[in-house]
Design a protein around this ligand. Structure first.
Ligand SMILES: [Zn+2]
Length: 190
C-alpha cells in the first residue's frame, strides 16, 4: 500500500500497533480519523503465518486514555472482525480522514462504494465501476484499491477479478486475501 492520503487532513498523526491473527497492523491516526491501517513490516505470501489464537490488542500501551478515538474504534472493530466477521456489520466503521474529500475525487467515490460491500460478499472491479455509473473505469477502480489507505476497514480484499481472486498488495499478499475471504465464509479461492 502506498503512503497514506493525508492531503485532506493536517492534524497531528500518531502511530500505534494492533496485534491480530494475520499479523501486526500499523495504525496511523489523528484525533479526527484514521490515516492508515495496514500490516506492519514485510509480510508476503512466503512468510505469511496466520494464527487464529492471536489476541487482538494494542501493543505497548498500558492505558487507552490518551489514544485517539479512531484508534480505539479500530481496535474494537478489529476485535469484532477477527472474533466473528459478521459482527462488524452492526458496527460503524471508524472515521477515515481520506474520505473527507470535498472535491469528491473518483478514488474517494470508489472507496465510499467499497465501504458498502458487506462482510462475506465479493464484488468484481467491473461491478464496482458499474455501481459508480462508470463502466469504463475498471482500471481506475483497481488503482483505488491499490491506494486504499485503510486495509480491512475499507474492504479491498472483497474486490476480485471476474475470472479469479485477483491480487492483494500488488500480488505479494494473496494468501492473506484468501485467508480474509475464507474467514468471511468464502471458500472458493482456497
Ligand atoms: Zn486526520
Amino acid at each position: 500500500m502506498k503512503k497514506p492520503n493525508t492531503k485532506n487532513c493536517h492534524e497531528v498523526v500518531e502511530e500505534h500497533r494492533i496485534s491480530s491473527p494475520v499479523g501486526i497492523f500499523l495504525v496511523k491516526s489523528c484525533h479526527k480519523g484514521l490515516h492508515y491501517n495496514g500490516l506492519d513490516g514485510k509480510v508476503t505470501d512466503e512468510n505469511f503465518t496466520p494464527n487464529n489464537r492471536t489476541h487482538v490488542g494494542l501493543l505497548g500501551e498500558v492505558s487507552t486514555k490518551n489514544i485517539p478515538t479512531p484508534v480505539i474504534e479500530t481496535l474494537s472493530w478489529m476485535q469484532a472482525y477477527f472474533e466473528n466477521p459478521a459482527q462488524v456489520q452492526h458496527l460503524p466503521i471508524p472515521n477515515v480522514c481520506a474520505l473527507e474529500d470535498k472535491q469528491g475525487s473518483f478514488t474517494v467515490q470508489v472507496w465510499k462504494e467499497l465501504a458498502k460491500v458487506p462482510v462475506g460478499e465479493i464484488v468484481t472491479y467491473g461491478q464496482l465501476a458499474n455501481k459508480l455509473n462508470n463502466p469504463g473505469a475498471v482500471r481506475a477502480v483497481g488503482s483505488a484499491m491499490k491506494n486504499n489507505p485503510v486495509c480491512l476497514v475499507l474492504p479491498c480484499h472483497r474486490v476480485v477479478r471476474a475470472n479469479g481472486m485477483g491480487n492483494y498488495h500488488g500480488g505479494t499478499r494473496n494468501s492473506m486475501k484468501a485467508w480474509l475471504l475464507h474467514h468471511e465464509g468464502i471458500t472458493k479461492f482456497q
